[in-house]
Design a protein around this ligand. Sequence first.
Ligand SMILES: [Zn+2]
Length: 285
Amino acid sequence: MHRERVSENVYWFQSEVYAQVTAGVVAGPQWAIVIDTLALPDETLAIREFVEHEIGVPVRYVVNTHYHADHSWGNCFFPGATVIAHALCRTLLIERGIPSLESVRKQNSAYRQVKIVLPQLTFNEGSLTLRVGKKNLTIMPAAGHSQDGIAVLVEEDRVLFAGDAFMPLPYVVDGDAEDITITIKKIGRMGLENIIQGHGDIILRGEIDAAVRENLNYMTNICKIARAAVRRRAPQDYMDEMTIESCGKSRVYLGGLAEELHRRNLRALYKENMEGRPAGKAEEE
Ligand SMILES: [Zn+2]
């Protein structure tokens, strides 16, 4: 797992095991808050170890930016903490998280010690503020990757933990293309120092405009392709020809998953156009 200090008392973690998923910590003198929990117990426990033994404070709050496994399944490793999330995150963890963990457990013994811990503190709209030491955190909705997406802004540092609403490649199979476009535009106008993406590397101030532009471009292009595919005789062949690069994005790594995510985006949007309903509500990272 990579670890970096983003600003004073603000830390970033990135998985070396699964899809470059990220997490964060904001620490105060008495306690710390963890933002997302990574995918595998060993990495989650390494975050806790760092907070408790290197920073030397307990974790009082855990924020889940959304209900997907790689962001919320580590809640159980912070038994003393209160979990904060969107109200929908709680619902989706009950409806999808619990059955999904049941089946994953049968295939992967690493998950035997995992159990779903539901958020205790939830909100539906507006925002929450939380003061940690000298930092004010604003926790706000950030839909698009999933309906329950939220983001955490460290006001003093203008650092945004965006969850999967901002990724090296926008991913909307469990979300909504229009919502993510609105969210990405809003993030672009926030005057940020850093965007901490839910997956991938930290985006620095000088890179933000280009990253926002590229992601918006990508969304416009894949929506256009999915609409055009509906009128084609061989829609799958047509979509197969459309690479990530031809959709206006370059150099996406994401632990080798990018191409697959791109294919799933196109399939979901195509299906949505065919059926006239929002993209699938599948279980996705
Ligand atoms: Zn994710």
